[in-house]
Design a protein around this ligand. Sequence first.
Ligand SMILES: CC(C)(COP(=O)(O)OP(=O)(O)OC[C@H]1O[C@@H](n2cnc3c(N)ncnc32)[C@H](O)[C@@H]1OP(=O)(O)O)[C@@H](O)C(=O)NCCC(=O)NCCS
Length: 245
Amino acid sequence: MSNAIGRSRPASVAPLAEVLPPGVHFAESEVPAFPQVAPLAAEAALLVGALPARREEFLAGRACAHRALAALGIPDAARRPVLRGPAREPLWPAGVTGSITHRGGYCAAAVAWRHTHAALGIDAELARALPPGVEPKVCTPAERRWLSAQPPGQIPWNTLLFSAKESFHKAWFALTGQWLGPLDAEVVPQAHPAPAAQADSDTKSVPYTADGTFRIRPAPASVSPFDPPAPRAASPCAPSSSPPA
Ligand SMILES: CC(C)(COP(=O)(O)OP(=O)(O)OC[C@H]1O[C@@H](n2cnc3c(N)ncnc32)[C@H](O)[C@@H]1OP(=O)(O)O)[C@@H](O)C(=O)NCCC(=O)NCCS
């Protein structure tokens, strides 16, 4: 799990370069993307009825996805549409996993081969605290205890933690096709290694963990890649057999 806080002009900041593990290729861009690239017809078709702001972030994300796929070695990546599934998840070429995020004028895509990374999740957030009243709805009691123990200052800890959960949600969905609510997984911060998140499979019989790192930057976007949830028979931070309260 990783988070970084950056500026809204990613030309001067590359948060993902600091936090992604080896073997993951990525691209970042401003929203709207510059230079603008003509959208692929199949991707533009997904935008019927979309508002201009949504159109801009979607196309910037797809442009990043094409560049990341090219960096991974996918032939003719710029002309291969990245369509979306019924849960809005991006559909990657066979053998590839990946993730897209956009927030506050920043967007990014990260991809990897499935044989090296089971799933990826990245998430960018503005570096400001969650709105009042949201934290209890998205953080478990244990997470809230950890939050309350963090030093006050410029780091919006609850947003950072939520961003990690959003990243995990994307990786988890890519891996399992299951939808996770914010209280269905728990972030377990650790000094070394970096914070981990965990969730149970549907059957509650197989614990999963995902590792990652985070990075805080001066302002105002946060990026948190997750890499990669993998089934483990036993884990030093194995989840309980029931969802967090
Ligand atoms: C889907 C969700 C994770 C998107 O996060 P977000 O911060 O709102 O937006 P981001 O810009 O970071 O990410 C959006 C991108 O995520 C991707 N995405 C959307 N749904 C997805 C899914 N089910 N699985 C994987 N990726 C998904 C898409 O690529 C999307 O961009 P696009 O529509 O332009 O292609 C979020 O809206 C959500 O519903 N979360 C579920 C509840 C929750 O918070 N769970 C906590 C984890 S336990």
